[in-house]
Design a protein around this ligand. Structure first.
Ligand code: FES
Length: 107
């Protein structure tokens, strides 16, 4: 299991142990983390699963692909250097200990 800490916009935190292969979105959904809407169910076509990932882990993530890049431009909250769509980030052992911040709004 991989330990991920989610921080909701109001500061509430969720310490989650998730299996490798799940996405950050799936792990949040199955552990009651609020603020990730994921309206399209992970098909990379809604941008309501936008999160800010831990910058210490940026180089451990697969690069943003073209369709994720386009959708991030449509996200409701400000796009930052650490912005990712949580449905497109696969959990791996390398991400153990990562902190994921959830933006104030997804719609
Ligand atoms: S769930 Fe829709 S883009 Fe991630």
């Amino acid at each position: 299991m991989v330990h991920i800490k989610y921080v909701e916009a109001d500061g509430r935190t969720h310490e989650v142990d998730a299996p490798e292969g799940w996405s950050l979105m799936e792990a949040a959904f199955h552990n009651g983390v609020e603020g990730i809407e994921a309206e399209c169910g992970g098909a990379c076509c809604c941008a309501t699963c936008h999160v800010y990932v831990d910058e210490r882990y940026l180089d451990k993530l697969k690069p943003v692909e073209a369709n994720e890049d386009e959708m991030l431009d449509c996200a409701a909250a400000e796009r930052k250097a650490t912005s990712r769509l949580s449905c497109q980030v696969e959990i791996s052992a390398e991400l153990d200990g990562m902190v994921v911040n959830i933006p104030e709004t997804q719609i």
